[in-house]
Ligand binder design. Sequence first.
Ligand code: AMP
Ligand code: GLY
Length: 424
Amino acid sequence: MKVLLIGSGGREHALAYKIKESKLLEKLFILPGNTGTEGLGENVPGNMNDSNFILSFCKKEKIDLVVIGPEKPLVEGLADILRESGINVFGPNKGAAEIEAYKSFAKGLMEKYNIPTAAYMEFNSQMMNEAEKYISNQNYPLVIKADGLAAGKGVLICNNYQEAASALNELFVKKLFGNAGDKIIIEEFLVGQEASIFAITDGEEFICLPAAQDHKRIGNNDEGKNTGGMGAYSPAPIVNEFILEQVQEKIIKPALFALKTEGRKFNGCLYCGIMINNNEARVVEFNCRFGDPETQSVMPLLEGDFLRLLYSTAIGKLDKESVRYNGGASVCVVAASEGYPDEYKSGFIISGLDEASKEAFVFHAGTKKDGENILTNGGRVLGVTSFIPTNDLSRAKEKSYRAMNKIHYNNIYYRTDISDKAGI
Ligand code: AMP
Ligand code: GLY
């Protein structure tokens, strides 16, 4: 099978490593890929949002399956264009991807189909007065979200009325998130523990991969600014059998039914971000793709044939037996550039990659090649990811940090508490 994987992050490096293991694979292309994916297949230079180029590449190379990693090309309809030309795609069409693209759509769907989530109200930029009135008689903290895509930054948690009023001003007047904030959601703050569950689905049937937990804040103990994710671990013990059953019955099944009923049948990975409190799970967000960095910690936990899973999903015949949880544990620690998520410097030589790779998977995110050297080239640089064959997160954590200690570059920054939330 000839496979084209779209994307350039740590998530795509992890997906590439798992696809590469498959006996079904003849050749893997990654567009554009990164320094890490070079060793796993052929990186194809190109713009992942250029659907015409991707379509002609697929025809020229007779690609059997396209796997789309990031949300942007999905939301812009890359899957639709490829499918119209008879190409098999893992990843939802534009209509289904709107479950991530527009929070108002996701919330409306959940309300209509009784899927548990935070109570909310929707306002547009013409409704400043109504929104101000609304926030004056709410309980705090209160959550204000831009409706559209805002690179994971469109969520403002407000501790009091003043913060909420200034958030409204940022979104509606200063246009902090541009057009993405023309419409907003104001919702109840959910307390509890978060988890991410990936449902792989052909639109009818689904399987869940081992649950993971992300660490979105920059600092230890979940302090400081939100980031794209500073680390993840899997399996997340908070998602016990009871919670998993609940998520499957009350969230995933009704969500897939809702999408299908609304003419937006979902094919790909439905990412369910949930909050668990008092043995009850509610949806924080849906995404239309694998999570980053959760994927880095979930991939090492799969045995079987991951490419078979992706392909059978894409052709609408999900093979539920294609992969299984292998019983292990994995911790991914992200090495970032000091200053991230604000300003940071790049271009520093990274050393110790080979040594670290003896201990753990070192997934690349923001790196670039410069002759013999590999340089830092982004806010999140690497995802150092351990695997332990038994479900022992504390050993997995030790292993990740042992590997991390071998990696050096100027301005390296990482959290030191990834997986502590598991309480193990
Ligand atoms: P999102 O971009 O929707 O994933 O939100 C980013 C992060 O904000 C989530 O991972 C949560 O940590 C937090 N968050 C979003 N919505 C809520 C909510 N209703 N209650 C509490 N935390 C939330
Ligand atoms: N880890 C959060 C996300 O991928 O959206």
